[in-house]
Design a protein around this ligand. Structure first.
Ligand code: NAI
Length: 275
């Protein structure tokens, strides 16, 4: 017996308005595509205006409604102006995906304070700025969903990842704080914690197939994640199918977060090969 066909709009997202930050590339672009495929009108926001434009054009070419807005999420005035543009061109924003992020490796004893501040400004403060700017419409309508893309690094330490990990840990708390402050006003806020995802941000890790294979070997699902893996989770959290999901942290990591004890050598027991 074959499964009944799934109605295209089973998520009930048709004609909602979403903003995705950092949507000119990687995970953000996939989330913009996933939302557009579910009938959402999407604002593709990125500080790289050309990248945003090319993602928005690709979406409109497949009959979606999408616009590109060049905007740096650390610039509050620019984000407020972007919110006005979105309202004018697409309507009231009901979904925000906070995704724009940067990675700067550096040990805590040597990382420059300028780098530390830049990482926090984009990865954490930028999320609050966007939540406030685009959340205004949601609070006015008593309906909205904010999805904050954090990282497995938010709950796992890693040498030379201090600023990034700290910023992502902050995202988890910001996400939960929004959930309790805005939940009573109809706005949900949830976090996604991606594991290893193949995007331009992480491309350097996959240049050498030996490294890629070593990475696959420690992930219980035995593959590197793709941007669509995160998009599927984001689209669910955006929808009313997740209407009782608020303040949650969703790991999308192929099981990677659970492998610590498999790293402990036990003759005949280990399945991961992190040598
Ligand atoms: P990416 O580098 O492919 O895309 C990030 C996009 O954000 C770029 O288009 C960039 O121009 C934009 N951006 C950066 N700073 C911005 C700013 N100040 N204002 C507006 N736009 C800005 O990166 P990727 O991999 O798609 O990452 C997306 C999110 O997922 C980030 O928050 C990242 O930390 C997170 N993540 C990624 C993982 C991975 O393995 N790729 C794993 C865990 C989390």
């Amino acid at each position: 017996m074959s499964a009944a066909p799934v109605p295209k709009d089973w998520l009930g997202l048709k004609d909602r308005v979403a903003v995705v930050t950092g949507a000119g590339s990687g995970i953000g672009a996939a989330i913009a595509r996933g939302l557009a495929d579910a009938g959402v009108k999407v604002a593709v926001i990125d500080r790289d205006g050309r990248a945003a434009e090319s993602v928005a054009v690709a979406l409109t070419q497949s009959d979606a409604t999408a616009i590109a807005v060049a905007c740096d999420v650390t610039d509050e005035r620019a984000v407020l102006a972007a919110a006005d543009v979105v309202r004018l061109r697409l309507g009231q924003c009901g979904i925000l995906v906070n995704n724009a992020g940067i990675l700067r490796a550096g040990a805590l004893d040597t990382v420059s304070i300028a780098d530390w501040n830049t990482v926090l400004a984009v990865n954490l403060t930028g999320y609050l700025i966007a939540a406030r700017a685009f959340g205004r419409d949601m609070l006015a309508a008593n309906l909205g969903s904010i999805i904050n893309v954090a990282s497995i690094s938010a709950i796992n330490t890693q040498p030379r990842s201090g600023a990034y990990s700290a910023s992502k840990a902050g995202v988890l708390q910001l996400s939960k704080q929004l959930a309790i402050e805005w939940g009573p006003r109809g706005v949900r806020s949830n976090a996604i914690l991606p594991g290893f995802i193949r995007t331009p941000l992480s491309a350097a890790f996959y240049k050498d197939p030996t490294f890629e294979n070593k990475r696959k070997a420690i992930i219980p699902t035995r593959r590197i994640g793709e941007p669509n893996d995160i998009a599927d989770a984001a689209v669910f959290l955006a929808s009313d199918r997740a209407s009782y999901v608020n303040g949650a942290e969703l790991l999308v990591d192929g099981g990677l977060d659970g492998v610590l004890m498999d790293m402990v050598p036990r003759p005949g027991f280990n399945t991961a090969t992190a040598d």
